[in-house]
Structure formats: structure tokens, C-alpha cells
Design a protein around this ligand. Structure first.
Ligand code: ATP
Ligand code: MG
Length: 215
């Protein structure tokens, strides 16, 4: 029988409970053997303060410590160029033989598939599972997914999960303004952010030095 491996891509800036719950629900329902979180090397340009790849990778590793079926890959972070999911999936297929891949996204992210690099080829390399996320209705997502399937083929499911209105954008804003983000993210990740002064207006120079040699 083929191994079933979930891949969850994202900027994870920072990783939060919404990511972990979505991954765990997909793991349960699709009976996956494991899930690999893959932080992006170059997060798409967004407003506001961002954390270095090194810190995003560290936080993701800390967040998965308590789950033996979760791990983190640095495949995209260590790549100096722009990472395309197509290349990442090709690499995973080389590394893991006899494996069926499930690419996990939120419903907000899956509807952006037509803007990805070569969506048709990506859809041939993995099934997509879109976990429900507040902000977009299931009807709207289903309609968009049907259009995507018509355009590119492939297999895309929507999975209804306990919805959590948590986003990294909101969490970054909380750290910037000094509002508590407790319980929205793992406690160790919260402490890592505080210790390293991430998402604050004034950057801690010590941390920037440390990042230079890493990725
Ligand atoms: P940002 O606000 O910076 O965009 P984010 O919270 O959306 O951050 P990402 O790293 O962009 O987190 O998301 C990675 C993947 O996780 C995406 O596919 C996204 O849809 C999904 N995701 C993020 N938060 C949730 C959530 N609360 N519920 C379900 N899926 C989520
Ligand atoms: Mg996002």
C-alpha cells in the first residue's frame, strides 16, 4: 500500500493553532501517515513586519515537537531562489517513493491556485485538501474549485473543520502593539517571539547578526 503524506506549505510567519488544527483534521480524516510543514523561502510580499526564514523555520520546528506525525522541511527555506510548489513536489516525489501526496491549504489559499506556477502540473503531483477557514463561504469556494478543476483537472476536496479565525497577520499585529496573543499559537512559539523581539518596531540587533549565517 502507498504511504500517504500531507504537505502543508505556508509562510508560517508565525505558525499558529489554525495551521496545526487544519493539519491534524486532514491527518485524521484522510488517515495520513505523516504531515510535513514546508515554510516558504520568500514569503509573498505583504504589509508589516516579517520574520526571517531562520526564525520561521525555528518556530515551525518548535510547534511540531509534541506530534510524532508532524515534521518540518527546510527544502524551500534553504533554496536561495524563488520556490515553486511544482519544484518542491517534484523533490518530495524523488525523496519518497511509493507515496501519495496530499497538499493541504486553507479555503482562502486554494482559490489562488490559478495564479500558481504551472497549476496543471502541480495538480498531477498531489491531491489538494482545502480546510475550511472563516472569511470565505463553502459555496463560493466550491464554485471556484469547480472552475479550477475544469481548467486544470486534478483532485481538490474541501474539508469542513472546526473553524478558527486565527491568522498570522493578526498575531503579528498583536506583537507589534503589545496585545496578548496567548492561546492563538503554541506557548513555546509565543515565548520564542518575545525572547527574540520578533514583530516589533525596533529590531534587536543581536538577532539580526545571528540570522546572517543561517539561510
Ligand atoms: P498571513 O496572515 O500572513 O497570510 P496565515 O495565517 O494565512 O498568514 P499562511 O502561512 O499564509 O498563514 O498559511 C499557510 C496555509 O495555512 C494556507 O494554506 C492557509 O490557507 C492555511 N491556514 C492558515 N490559517 C488557517 C486557519 N485559521 N484555518 C485553516 N487554514 C488556515
Ligand atoms: Mg495567508
Amino acid at each position: 500500500m502507498k504511504r500517504k503524506v500531507g504537505i502543508m506549505g505556508g509562510s508560517f510567519d508565525p505558525i499558529h493553532i489554525g495551521h496545526l488544527v487544519a493539519a491534524n483534521e486532514v491527518l485524521n480524516i484522510y488517515e495520513l501517515d505523516e504531515i510535513i510543514f514546508v515554510p516558504t523561502g520568500h514569503p509573498p510580499h505583504k504589509e508589516g513586519l516579517r520574520a526571517d526564514s531562520y526564525h520561521r523555520l525555528m518556530m515551525a520546528n518548535m510547534a511540531v515537537l509534541s506530534n510524532e506525525k508532524f515534521s518540518v522541511s527546510d527544502i524551500e527555506v534553504k533554496n536561495p531562489g524563488k520556490s515553486y510548489t511544482l519544484n518542491t513536489m517534484r523533490e518530495f516525489h524523488k525523496l519518497y517513493k511509493n507515496t501519495e501526496f496530499y497538499f493541504i491549504t486553507g479555503t482562502d489559499a486554494v482559490i489562488d491556485l490559478p495564479n500558481w506556477h504551472e497549476p496543471e502540473k502541480v495538480l498531477k503531483l498531489c491531491r489538494f485538501i482545502a480546510a475550511s477557514r472563516p472569511g470565505i463561504s463553502i459555496e463560493e469556494v466550491s464554485e471556484k474549485i469547480n472552475e479550477i478543476k475544469k481548467m486544470f483537472g486534478g483532485n481538490i476536496d474541501i474539508l469542513q473543520i472546526p473553524m478558527l479565525q486565527i491568522s498570522s497577520t493578526d498575531i503579528r499585529e498583536r506583537f507589534r502593539t503589545g496585545t496578548s496573543a496567548k492561546y492563538l499559537l503554541p506557548e513555546c512559539v509565543e515565548q520564542y517571539i518575545i525572547k527574540n523581539g520578533l514583530y516589533r518596531e525596533e529590531k534587536c540587533p543581536r538577532n539580526e547578526d545571528r540570522c546572517e549565517y543561517a539561510y
